[in-house]
Ligand binder design. Structure first.
Ligand code: C5P
Length: 402
C-alpha cells in the first residue's frame, strides 16, 4: 500500500552533509505515492545539485524567493498552500535557529511561515551542535509550537564524532511523514459518507443532475480512512479514483443512494456530502422522448420530491452521529442552522457555493461548522484535502465527547 498516495510534500533541504540522503528521501516519498516539490537553501546547493533533485522529483527545484520566473510558475505563497506537509531534511542548527525566530529571509523559511500544513523537521548536525543549549532551546520551542521533530538518531557522524545528530534514514523519514496523516482519531469507527451528485433520469438518454464533483466527499473518505475508520463511500456518478482502504458503492439516483446507505447501516458516523437532487421526474419515459413536430410549445416535466437521505438516516432509532453539508448561495449561516434543526443533525458544515474559488467543482473549500448550540467554528480557504483532515479531526473530537 502507498501510504502517501496523492499527498503533496514540500521537501526542504538545508545545507548539511546529510543532504546527500535527501536524494534517496525523494525516491522513498514518491514510492509511497507522494508528489514532491523540492526547496533548497543556498547552502544545500553546495552539498548536492538541484539537477539531481529535479531528476528525482520530476519537477524543477525551487531555491530563490525573488526569482521572477519561478514566482510566475508557482509563487511562494501558492507553494506554501499547495503543501499537505512541509518536511525539512536535513534541518541544520542554523535553520532551527532561524525557524525558531520566525526569520523569513529565504524561500524555505518564508514557506514555513506561510504554510497552513504541518511542518516536520529532521535535524542533522554535529553532536556538540545538537547538544548545545541554544539548539536544544530552539528545538523545544519549535516542538512546543507544534512542529514535529523526526530524530535525530545517534551514532557515528561524518565528522568522526559519535553521538546524537545523525539524520534519520530515508525509509524511516518517509514512514514518519506517512504517520503525520494517520493519527488513529477514528480507530474502529464505522463511517458512512455520501458523495457526488445524483442523476435523475428523464428517459433512457437524458437526466437531471448538478455540478457536484464529489471531491469533498472523496477527500473526507480518504481522511476518515487515514484516521483509522472503516469507511463506506456511497457515491453518485463521478470521475474520481477510490481512496485506499475505502469500500465504494456506486449509485445513480437519490433513491439508489438511500437504498445503498440503508444497506450500509448501522454506522457510528454519517457524513452526507452528496449533492442529492431534491426532485426527480415523476415518470421515466421508457423510450427516448421525441419533439412534437407540429408544435413550438415547451416541454413540461412533472417533478416529485426525492427522499432526504440524511434526514431519513438521522431519524432512525440507531441514528449515527450525523453531519450534513449546507451548500448555499445566500444567507449561508441562517439556512445552515435551519437545516441542522430540521434534519436533526449533530453538526452542519456550511459552504458558500456562490464564491467560485470554493465549493462545487473547485479544488479549494472554506467552511464554517455549526453545532446544536449554534456555536460556529470556521476553517479558512485551503485545499479540499486539508479541509477534510481538519474536519475529520473536529468531528472525531465531538464524536468522542458525545
Ligand atoms: O436540503 P439540502 O439539500 O440543502 O441539504 C443538504 C444536506 O442534506 C447535505 O448534507 C446533503 O448531502 C443532504 N441531503 C440528503 N438527501 C437529500 C437532500 C440533501 O442526504 N435528498
Amino acid at each position: 500500500m502507498q501510504r502517501l498516495q496523492r499527498k503533496r510534500i514540500v521537501l526542504g533541504i538545508g545545507g548539511g552533509i546529510a543532504a546527500y540522503k535527501s536524494a534517496e528521501l525523494v525516491r522513498r516519498l514518491r514510492d509511497q505515492g507522494a508528489e514532491v516539490r523540492v526547496v533548497m537553501t543556498r547552502a544545500a546547493r553546495e552539498f548536492i545539485t538541484p539537477l539531481t533533485l529535479q531528476a528525482l522529483s520530476g519537477h524543477p527545484v525551487f531555491h530563490d524567493l525573488l526569482d521572477p520566473a519561478a514566482e510566475a510558475a508557482m509563487g511562494h505563497i501558492e507553494l506554501a498552500r499547495w503543501a499537505d506537509l512541509v518536511l525539512i531534511a536535513p534541518a541544520t542548527a542554523d535553520l532551527l535557529a532561524r525557524l525558531a525566530q520566525g526569520v523569513a529571509d529565504d524561500l524555505l523559511t518564508t514557506l514555513v511561515l506561510a504554510t497552513d500544513a504541518p511542518v516536520a523537521l529532521a535535524p542533522a548536525m554535529n553532536q556538540a551542535m545538537w547538544r548545545d543549549p541554544a539548539t536544544q532551546a530552539n528545538a523545544e520551542l519549535l516542538a512546543a509550537r507544534g512542529l514535529r521533530l523526526f530524530g535525530p538518531a545517534a551514532g557515528s557522524q561524518a565528522c568522526g564524532d559519535v553521538g546524537p545528530g545523525r539524520m534519520l534514514e530515508a525509509d524511516e523519514l518517509a514512514q514518519r511523514a506517512a504517520d503525520c496523516f494517520e493519527r488513529g482519531l477514528l480507530t474502529g469507527c464505522r463511517v458512512l459518507i455520501t458523495a457526488g451528485p445524483t442523476q435523475e433520469s428523464i428517459d433512457p438518454v437524458r437526466y437531471i443532475t448538478n455540478h457536484s464533483s464529489g471531491k469533498m466527499g472523496f477527500a473526507l473518505a480518504e481522511a476518515a480512512a487515514e484516521a483509522g475508520a472503516v469507511v463506506t463511500l456511497v457515491s453518485g456518478p463521478v470521475h474520481l479514483p477510490t481512496p485506499q482502504r475505502v469500500t465504494r458503492v456506486n449509485v445513480v439516483s437519490a433513491r439508489d443512494m438511500l437504498a445503498a446507505c440503508e444497506a450500509a447501516m448501522p454506522c457510528d458516523l454519517l457524513i452526507a456530502a452528496a449533492a442529492v437532487a431534491d426532485y426527480r421526474p415523476e415518470v421515466i419515459a421508457t423510450q427516448k422522448m421525441k419533439k412534437d413536430p407540429g408544435s413550438d410549445d415547451g416541454l413540461q416535466l412533472r417533478m416529485v420530491r426525492n427522499p432526504d437521505i440524511l434526514a431519513t438516516l438521522a431519524a432512525r432509532a440507531d441514528r449515527p452521529f450525523s453531519v450534513g453539508f449546507a451548500a448555499e448561495t445566500e444567507k449561508l449561516l441562517d439556512y445552515a442552522a435551519r437545516k441542522l434543526r430540521d434534519k436533526n443533525l449533530d453538526l452542519i458544515v456550511a459552504n458558500d457555493v456562490a464564491n467560485p474559488g470554493i465549493g462545487f467543482n473547485s479544488e479549494d473549500n472554506a467552511i464554517t461548522i455549526i453545532d446544536r448550540q449554534l456555536t460556529q467554528n470556521s476553517f479558512a480557504q485551503t485545499s479540499k484535502g486539508k479541509i477534510a483532515r481538519q474536519l475529520i479531526a473536529f468531528i472525531a473530537a465531538r464524536l468522542h465527547q458525545s
